[in-house]
Design a protein around this ligand. Structure first.
Ligand SMILES: *Cc1c(COP(=O)(O)O)cnc(C)c1O
Ligand code: SF4
Length: 394
C-alpha cells in the first residue's frame, strides 16, 4: 500500500511539471485562478475529481449568460454537464472567441431541437455484444470507457452518459475481447468510449496486452480527447506503455485553434515522440469552426504540431444540437477552400457519418464526360479536359 501511494506521488509528469513551474505558463496561471498549487493542477486525477458540473461551479470561474444559466435545471436529466478546470480555464483565456464555451457549457437551445435523435448512428443495432460496434467487416469500435473529461454538448454518444458505473467494466471488456478473438476478419480495433485514456496506466496496459494477443488484430487505435480536454493525462509514461504494443495509432479531437495550447501540444508531442501517429477528427460546429479562415487556421496549427487532420464530420443528428449544426452546403464550401491553399497533409476528408459507415461529401470536381474525355473543374474554378482519361483499355 505504501509503495503504491509513493508511486502515485512520484508519477513522472515531465514536461507538464516544467510548465507548471513557469510562472507565465497557462497551467501556472490557471492554478492560481483555481486557488491550488500548480503541481495539484497538473494532476489529471485532481482534474477529473474537480470537474465543473453545476452552474455554481461554472460561475465561480466565468460569467454565465442567461441561456447558459437557465440550462442547468432544464437539462438536468438529459445530458451531463462536466468540464475539467483546465478546459473551462480556456474560456477566460480567449474572451473574444466562443469556441470553447459553445462546446462545453450547456445552453437552453438544447431543448429546441425537435429532430435530433438519441442514437443517430444506430449503434445499438450494430452492437453484436455490448459496446462493440461492428459496421465495417475489418474493424470495430470497442467502447470500454464511459467517462469523459469534458461532456461535449454535441456528443453522439450522449445517450450513455448515465452509464459511468460501467467504465472499463470487466464483463464488457471480457465479452468484447471474446467477440474480437472469434472474428478473424477483424484486423483493426478502435478503443473508444467515452474517453479510454481516463483509466490508470495499468488498466490501459492490461487491455492492450489482451487485444494484442489476438493473432488477427493488426493495429490498435484509440479515440481520445484527452490531449484537448485533459492534456496532463497524456504523459510520456503513458506513451511508453502504448509504444510496447505498436502499431498503435491515436486519433484526437481538436475543433478550434484556441485548444492548441502549449499543454495540448506537449501532450501530442509525448505521443508522436514515441512513434505514435496522431490524427485529428473535428466536428463542424456553428460558432466554433464554421468559416474557411478558422478551418484553415486549425488545420495549419495541427500539422505544425505533427497532427494529421483526418476527418471533419458534419455534426450528427443528435438530440439537442440543432443550434450547432452547419448546413452541408456551407460545410462543402469551407472544406473546398482548403484545397490549394494549405499543404495536402493538412486537408481532412469531410464526412457524413451514417449507420452503415462514413460517406465522403467533399466538393465534386468532376463535371462530366465528353466522349472519352473527362471534364473537371480545376482549382481556379476553370474547366480542364483530360483527354482519353475514360477510354477503356483496348
Ligand atoms: C468510425 C468508425 C470506425 C473507423 O473508421 P475509419 O474510417 O477506418 O477511421 C470503425 N467502426 C465504426 C463503427 C466507426 O464508427
Ligand atoms: S470526448 Fe468524445 S465521447 Fe466524450 S463527450 Fe466529447 S465527443 Fe463525446
Amino acid at each position: 500500500m505504501e509503495a503504491q501511494t509513493k508511486q502515485r506521488v512520484t508519477e513522472d509528469l515531465g514536461v507538464f511539471e516544467e510548465l507548471a513551474c513557469d510562472q507565465n505558463s497557462l497551467s501556472h496561471r490557471l492554478a492560481i485562478q483555481y486557488g491550488v498549487e500548480p503541481e495539484t493542477f497538473i494532476n489529471w486525477r485532481w482534474q477529473m475529481k474537480h470537474q465543473l458540473r453545476t452552474s455554481e461551479d461554472f460561475q465561480r470561474y466565468c460569467k454565465l449568460d442567461p441561456s447558459e444559466l437557465g440550462s442547468f435545471a432544464a437539462l438536468k436529466d438529459l445530458f451531463n454537464a462536466g468540464v475539467t478546470p483546465y478546459y473551462a480555464g480556456l474560456i477566460n483565456e480567449f474572451p473574444d472567441q466562443q469556441g470553447i464555451r459553445l462546446q462545453a457549457i450547456p445552453r437552453v437551445e438544447e431543448m429546441d431541437d425537435l429532430k435530433g435523435l438519441n442514437d443517430p448512428l444506430e449503434e445499438v443495432a450494430h452492437s453484436p455484444v455490448r459496446e462493440v460496434v461492428h459496421v465495417y467487416p475489418d474493424r470495430v469500435a470497442f467502447c470500454v470507457a464511459m467517462l469523459c473529461p469534458v461532456y461535449c454538448r454535441y456528443c453522439y454518444r450522449k445517450r450513455r452518459d448515465d452509464e459511468e458505473g460501467l467504465h472499463f467494466n470487466r464483463s464488457i471488456v471480457d465479452r468484447g475481447i471474446a467477440y474480437i478473438a472469434s472474428n478473424p476478419a477483424i484486423k483493426d480495433v478502435l478503443i473508444t468510449g467515452g474517453d479510454p485514456f481516463i483509466a490508470s496506466d495499468q488498466a490501459i496496459d492490461r487491455l492492450l496486452a489482451r487485444i494484442s494477443e489476438i493473432p488477427h488484430v493488426e493495429i490498435i487505435r484509440f479515440g481520445t480527447r484527452t490531449p484537448v480536454t485533459l492534456p496532463y493525462r497524456v504523459t510520456a509514461n503513458l506513451a511508453k506503455i502504448l509504444k510496447k504494443y505498436h502499431p498503435v495509432w491515436v486519433n484526437t479531437h481538436f475543433n478550434c485553434t484556441e485548444e492548441l495550447t502549449p499543454e495540448a501540444c506537449a501532450a501530442v508531442s509525448n505521443l508522436v515522440d514515441h512513434g505514435i501517429p496522431v490524427g485529428n477528427q473535428s466536428v463542424l460546429l456553428r460558432g466554433v469552426n464554421d468559416s474557411a479562415e478558422k478551418m484553415q487556421d486549425l488545420c495549419r496549427a495541427l500539422i505544425r504540431n505533427r497532427v494529421r487532420p483526418y476527418y471533419v464530420f458534419h455534426a450528427h443528428m443528435v438530440a439537442g444540437t440543432a443550434h450547432l449544426r452547419v448546413p452541408i452546403s456551407e460545410g462543402i464550401a469551407i472544406m473546398k477552400s482548403l484545397r490549394g491553399n494549405i499543404s495536402g497533409y493538412g486537408i481532412p476528408s469531410y464526412i457524413l457519418d451514417t449507420p452503415s459507415g462514413k460517406v465522403p461529401i467533399g466538393h465534386n470536381h468532376i463535371l462530366g464526360q465528353d466522349g472519352h474525355d473527362l471534364i473537371v473543374e480545376d482549382l481556379r474554378g476553370e474547366i480542364w479536359r483530360e483527354t482519353d482519361a475514360m477510354k477503356p483499355m483496348s
